[in-house]
Design a protein around this ligand. Structure first.
Ligand code: MRU
Length: 346
């Protein structure tokens, strides 16, 4: 698997993504040249996962910048702030989206009044830098996290926080990839992850492609699996981590953490520090995306599976209390839970 989930075709000035809505059936790469196309791709989860969304937004911003036809700095800035708004209103929870857009906008702040041609070049470079950084950061997460995973471990994961959720490696799956490179064998269990099936469709696909043993289970089978004693660790990604360590991640994550505590299984979160949002003191400050009910009642069925017009509760994320998290693995360190709020030193 030597593709990048998100990339920048500089020659054709386009954002290129693998369309994750079509996996595992079809492997289709989309070439997106407008900000509207990029926004639609993020909203529809063609590109998804916190780091991948951030990188895609940065590239979409750079692509849009190249297409602006003005030599006037103030007009250029104004048009780019509309681009930022358009992308920033795609999905609310994954903080990497806002982090990446702020970094792109900072290029304008750092070069006030500079010739537009220079700024366009810098924006292109910045988008490529953000993408390359993601690869390096995820690799480090993998190296830090692999030390926690012993040979022969059974590992439960939720959603997809693998290479499809980043540029390469991913976050939660990075320690599994690096551990495998080190010669360890793992039995990975992927929750199917209702309602959008990121586990069954994406995690199962990418681990299978990589030759790593993977078994899919329905979300409501996790307790039964843990009870068998086959799970040595749970590892998940994060959409946004509050300053105290409370972690927003795919809906169902907090239930797994509660189960893991009951069964005495370590519960790890793996994420880049760009997912840490110090502006959120606790998880209560994290905005949770709610998605349309038809994802629950209709998406995977030939006919609607609930009465017409019925109310549907469909939050895309939940917040895992930091007290349930054994450690948070970042590119810098393994931050262990020592009681109280997490400390980010190290
Ligand atoms: O709705 P999604 O598929 O974008 O949700 C993704 C997750 O919840 C991931 O676990 C999280 O973004 C981390 S991805 C490395």
């Amino acid at each position: 698997m030597d593709f990048e989930t998100v990339s920048y075709d500089v020659q054709n000035n386009a954002l290129v993504i693998i369309d994750q809505t079509l996996l595992p059936g079809e492997t289709v790469f989309l070439t997106l040249t407008t900000v509207e196309q990029a926004r639609e791709a993020i909203c529809a989860l063609r590109v998804r996962g916190a780091p991948a969304i951030g990188v895609a937004a940065a590239i979409a911003y750079a692509v849009a910048a190249q297409n602006i036809q003005t030599n006037e700095f103030s007009e250029f800035s104004l048009l780019l702030s509309a681009v930022k708004d358009c992308l920033a209103t795609s999905r609310p929870t994954a903080v990497n989206l806002f982090w990446a857009l702020d970094r792109m906008e900072q290029v304008l702040t750092d070069n006030p009044g500079a010739p537009i041609v220079i700024i366009k070049k810098r924006l292109q470079e910045k988008a490529l830098e953000i993408k390359q950084e993601d690869v390096a950061v995820c690799r480090k997460i993998g190296e830090n996290g692999a030390a926690l995973l012993g040979d022969g471990f059974g590992i439960l994961t939720h959603c997809n926080a693998g290479r499809l959720a980043a540029v390469q490696y991913g976050t939660a799956l990075a320690p599994i990839y690096v551990g495998t490179e080190q010669g360890k064998k793992f039995n990975v269990f992927a929750d199917e992850t209702r309602p959008l099936l990121q586990g069954a469709r994406l995690t199962a696909w990418e681990l299978n492609q990589a030759g790593i043993d993977v078994t899919v289970l329905c979300d409501n089978m996790a307790a039964s699996l843990m009870h068998t004693g086959k799970i040595n660790a749970v590892i998940v990604g994060a959409a946004r981590i509050a300053a105290n360590g409370d972690t927003a991640n795919k809906i169902g994550t907090s239930g797994l953490a509660i189960l893991a505590k009951h069964y005495g299984i370590p519960f790890y979160v793996a994420a880049p520090t760009s997912t840490l949002d110090q502006a959120c003191a606790t998880g209560a400050d994290i905005k949770i995306e709610h998605r349309q009910g038809t994802e629950v009642t209709e998406l995977w069925y030939k006919k609607p599976m609930a009465p017409k017009g019925i109310g549907v509760y469909n939050p895309a994320f939940d917040v895992t209390d930091h007290t349930l998290i054994t450690a948070i693995i970042t590119e810098f360190a393994v931050h262990h839970n020592t009681g109280g709020a997490f400390s980010w030193q190290g």
